[in-house]
Design a protein around this ligand. Structure first.
Ligand code: SF4
Ligand code: SF4
Length: 141
């Protein structure tokens, strides 16, 4: 009986020592949103539509990204410019359904679409999760 009690107290003390040890060490949690974690280098956040050095859209509306997208969340309406070049009149990504696989980035022949490291994507309204062309360009600025 006494032996069992001693074993119980010993186990309790071991447990308490672990608690006390972690009480004085640096916490693993962060005080978000005051403190923000630096994303890993290969983290895939929201998309960016890139511009070239002249400030023109790099996208040529080839729709390869929309074709490979497994979630089918990219909608592009192609148009023709003054010099018969193709460009996206509209370019939308439904971020609420995107699975952040990065296939669109891999498929793009013009490196016109990349993924940012932005992870604060929550919205109050579902329709706000649909990113249009202007918003996708602005994310990169
Ligand atoms: S990251 Fe994947 S799911 Fe999201 S838009 Fe690109 S291809 Fe589609
Ligand atoms: S982002 Fe790239 S793959 Fe998608 S339509 Fe534009 S040029 Fe084509």
């Amino acid at each position: 009986m006494i032996e069992k009690t001693i074993k119980g107290i010993w186990a309790l003390l071991i447990g308490l020592s672990v608690t006390v040890k972690f009480f004085f060490t640096r916490p693993v949690t962060m005080k978000y949103p005051e403190e923000k974690r630096e994303p890993y280098l290969r983290y895939r956040g929201s998309h960016i539509l890139r511009l070239d050095e002249k400030g023109k859209e790099k996208c040529v509306a080839c729709c390869l990204c929309a074709t490979v997208c497994p979630a089918q969340v990219i909608t592009i309406e192609a148009g023709e410019g003054n010099e018969h070049e193709k460009y996206p009149v509209t370019f939308e990504i439904d971020m609420g359904k995107c699975i952040f696989c990065g296939y669109c980035v891999e498929a793009c022949p013009k490196a016109a679409i990349i993924m940012s490291q932005s992870y604060e994507l929550a919205e109050y309204r579902r329709e706000d999760l649909s990113y249009d062309k202007e918003r996708l360009i602005k994310t990169g600025k």
